[in-house]
Structure formats: C-alpha cells, structure tokens
Design a protein around this ligand. Structure first.
Ligand SMILES: Cc1cc2nc3c(=O)[nH]c(=O)nc-3n(C[C@H](O)[C@H](O)[C@H](O)COP(=O)(O)O)c2cc1C
Length: 481
C-alpha cells in the first residue's frame, strides 16, 4: 500500500509538476478509502505512461506515483450526481449530510467561510457562552499510528473565547454571505437564566438551529458541560428553558460519559428538543509524567476523539436510533469520522447528518471532496436515489448478542503466496487463541480440529496473507454440538 506513504502535502509539488493530472488529489482519494473516485476520474487509462515522472522527482518521499496510479484497475467514467446527497436538518435543507462539528475548526468567520467554499453543507459553530474562557497551553495530545497518523486525540479545550456579541456578528455575516449553508450554533449556560438569555439573543442572529452543549468534559466551572449531560433531570430542565425562549429548532449534544445515553436523549426530547447530537469527547488521560525531577507536569483529564472513538460513537448512535422516543427526531452523529465509509456506517445505523472535527484538524477542510464523492458514488452504484433511502436500513447487520447465529464456524484461509513466514499468526494462536496453527516448512497450516474460527490470525497477519474463507461450516458437522 505505497499510497499510504503519501504525506498529503498542502499545495503539493507533484500536482504542481504535472500538466495532465492532479496526482496529489488522486493520492488523497486513495488515502481516504476512495479508490472508486480515482478510477472514475482516470476512466479507462492513466494518461501519463510516457512521461518521465516529474511527479516522483518532486515528491519529498520519492513516491512512485505513476506506478501507483497505473496499478489501479481501469474503470468506465461516470458523472457523479451530488444531488443524491441532499437531505435536511429538522426540515431545513442540507446540500449534503456533512457538517463541521462544534470546535476550533468552526470558530471564526474565515474558517467557516473556507469550509463552506470547500463544500461542507454547514457548521456547528464553536460553543458560545457567558463564561470567561482561558485556555491552557499545550492543550492537545495524541496516540499515533503508522505514518504519524493521529489515531486517538485528546484535548482540554473549553468553549469560544470570543464574546457572544462578537460571535453574533459572525453569524449574521455568514448567513448574509452563505444563505444556503446551514448554521448550527452551539450554546452552553451555567443556569436557567443563561440558557434563556442565549436562546433569546440567538433568535435573530442568522443561526438556523441551536445545539445545546450538555457534553463538554473540559469545563473548569462546576455544573456545566458533561456534568449536566450526566443528569437527565438537568438536561430536561435546560431543554425546556430553551424551548420556551427560542423560535429555532434545537438539538441536545450528549455526553458519552454515561452508561445509558438514551436516558439523557429522552430527557432532552421531553424538554422539547427536536433531536440529539452524539458523541462529544470521551473522558481520558493519554500520558502521565514519569519523570520524577522536571517539575513541569501538567496532565489533566480531557476529551478523547478521532478514529479510536468511532466504535464507541457507533454504539451510541445505534442505541439512539433504536430508541422509539427518538423516532422522527434528528440524530446528528459524530466521533472518528474520516472517510465516506465511516460516515455511511453512521447513516446506515440511523444518523440524519454527520459531523467531523478531529479529521479536519489533521487533514483540513479538503477531506470533504472524498466524503462527498465516495458517498455519492456508493449510492449511485448501489441504485439508491437519495441518502435517505439508506438511512436506518437493515444492511448494518446489527443484532443483539442473544440473536447471533452461533451454529457454525468460519475457518481462516492461508494465502501461501503472500505469506512470508513471520509466524505471527502462530504466536497469537498459541498464546491468544486455541492452538490451531502448526508450522510446516516455515509457514502456517490450520488444524481444523482446534480452530474455533475466531479470526485472530486474520487480524494480526502483517502481510494480509490470511483471509476469511467465508464458508460456514455447521458445528454439527464438526461434531461440536
Ligand atoms: C479541540 C476540540 C475542541 C472541541 N470543542 C467543542 C466545543 O466547543 N463544543 C462541542 O460541543 N464539542 C467540542 N468538541 C467535540 C467535537 O465537536 C466532537 O464532538 C468530538 O471531537 C468527536 O468528533 P471527532 O472524532 O470527529 O473529533 C471539541 C473537540 C475537539 C477535538
């Protein structure tokens, strides 16, 4: 997977050096799981087979860009129909389901304007409040994966440090210049009076809807943020106050730092909310200072986001979508969305719109290109007329653990040509599995008598040389029932 080594440069030299293609744009699509868009863009051929490879010469990591592109199977070109992405937010039209989530990425006029120009349907503006916000430095940390990618991201940032008046000026300007973009304004009060004040003052501010922040885990003030989101009675009470003071639709942004998110969701609906948003960040601690003498330790519990939290966010989305009290209410989902496929998973579960922060912080607003084209191509190629047709469909395959069919075993299949004999599968099966792999001539061979089909070997193989056989062998036939 050589494209994985692309640095995703801003204003990339490869694209500047090429007269026929935008190599950086195409590599970026590969990086964001959107090979289909690349094949579509290239059509039947890569038009640079005769070139002497300026792109590679200009690449800071000497990537064989032409080799990567020519290795893709050709495809016939088709027009991408972006109309399939059209949807709505509580009846307000959205050109696509992709919104910036409330955070630093949507905290100034200029940032929102650039995101809108890039193709985002709207933004949940950085939470506004009546508190004095003073931030710490540094305020981020991360768990990293290959190529320095941020896998899990921790922040201790609070809310907007601009005054409400300054922010309202921004909202008016954004609405004037981008009337068709959706402006969701996130608010947080400390008591009923503040929630009421914020709801009132935003009625004629350019905001299309409000998002009540019951979920920031980083507040220095007690009884605000996720402190509120953990107590359904408070969620209901503050939602009711906002309902009495706003003419706009509003949703409640919920905290994942609870066992049953439905309790707070239902409380918000009882209080008059038109929907919910989830998840805000998960309370976490990434690093602990182990240097006994430097005296500079300043570690704090903060909010965890990014790719690592996606499974948790999906779980909460599934639970919200299955809650009957939320039927017909808007669900805006987020947590770890980087690619169109991530977004689609949330939508299939029941999300009406999706929001993103960490991936934008890492890769920029430009990721919207692949979110849109990847999702549009998927819908087109599978015969869906509109994004809503895929919403809450059974293809997600989600069933309760009690309903899982446990009557068969699916064995792994070893691709001996790809196997390099590292024996990592053997090691994992010995120490973390069921001792079902033996080594013959330096390579793994399955012992089906011991294999339970857990697929640990498939997951740990660094060469992707073990795959699922996809054949269901009844346990009866194996004499295991
Ligand atoms: C640096 C940073 C600042 C954030 N600030 C806010 C905020 O002001 N209000 C809010 O509701 N959520 C805030 N969030 C949470 C995000 O909107 C989002 O819910 C969360 O990060 C999960 O999405 P992600 O994995 O796409 O980042 C912030 C997140 C980060 C990383």
């Amino acid at each position: 997977m050589k494209w994985d080594e692309c640095l995703l440069c801003h204003d990339a030299a490869c694209s500047r050096s090429c007269e026929v293609l935008q190599p950086a744009r195409l590599l970026r699509s590969l990086y964001f799981d959107n090979a289909e868009a690349v094949r579509n863009e290239l059509g039947g051929q890569v038009p640079c087979t005769d070139c002497d490879g300026h792109c590679r010469q200009s690449c800071p990591v000497d990537l064989d860009i032409r080799g990567i592109l020519t290795s893709l199977a050709p495809d016939k070109q088709r027009e991408i129909n972006y109309d399939v992405l059209k949807t709505d937010f509580c009846g307000i039209p959205l050109e696509n389901p992709f919104l910036l989530s409330s955070s630093v990425i949507a905290s100034t006029y200029d940032m929102c304007a650039r995101a809108f120009e890039a193709g985002w349907a709207g933004a949940a503006f950085k939470t506004i409040c009546l508190m004095d916000i003073v931030e710490a430095s540094p305020r981020f940390s991360a768990i990293k994966g290959d190529n320095n990618r941020l896998i899990g991201f921790k922040n201790i940032e609070q809310l907007s440090d601009h005054s409400v008046v300054e922010n309202i000026k921004i909202f008016k300007e954004l609405k004037k210049n981008y009337p068709d973009k959706f402006l969701l304004v996130s608010i947080m009060g400390r008591n009923e009076e503040e929630w009421a004040y914020l709801a009132d003052i935003l009625n004629d501010s350019g905001a299309d809807a409000l998002e009540l922040n019951f979920s920031c885990p980083n507040m220095t003030e007690e009884n605000s943020g996720s402190d509120v989101g953990q107590i359904p009675e408070l969620v209901e009470r503050y939602s009711r106050v906002v309902k009495q003071h706003t003419r706009l639709p509003f949703i409640a942004k919920l905290t994942p730092n609870v066992t049953h998110i439905e309790d707070s969701a239902e409380a918000a609906i009882r209080g008059g909310a038109d929907g919910v948003a989830a998840i805000n960040t998960i309370k976490s601690l990434i690093e602990v200072d182990i240097n006994p003498n430097d005296g500079i330790a300043q570690a704090s519990i903060g909010g965890y986001s990014g790719k690592a939290v996606k499974p948790i966010a999906l779980r909460f989305t599934a639970e919200l979508a299955q809650d009957e009290m939320l039927d017909g209410k808007h669900i805006s989902a987020m947590g770890g969305i980087e690619t169109w496929r991530d977004a689609l998973e949330f939508i299939v579960l029941g999300a009406d719109s999706v929001q993103v922060t960490t991936a934008v912080m890492q890769y920029g607003y430009r990721i919207i290109d692949d979110l849109k084209s990847g999702l549009a191509l998927y819908l087109q190629d599978h015969g869906f007329q509109n994004i809503k047709d895929i919403h809450k469909t059974t293809i997600s395959g989600i069933v309760g653990t009690e309903k899982l069919d446990r009557s068969y075993v699916i064995f792994p299949r070893f691709l001996r040509d790809k196997c390099v004999g590292c024996q990592r599968c053997y090691l994992s099966c010995q120490d973390g599995g069921h001792q079902a792999i033996k080594i013959v001539d330096g390579k793994p061979v399955l012992n089906p008598d011991n294999c339970v089909g857990c697929h640990l070997c498939v997951l740990v193989c660094p060469m992707e040389a073990i795959v699922s056989s996809e054949v269901r062998v009844p346990k009866e036939k194996l004499g295991r029932i």
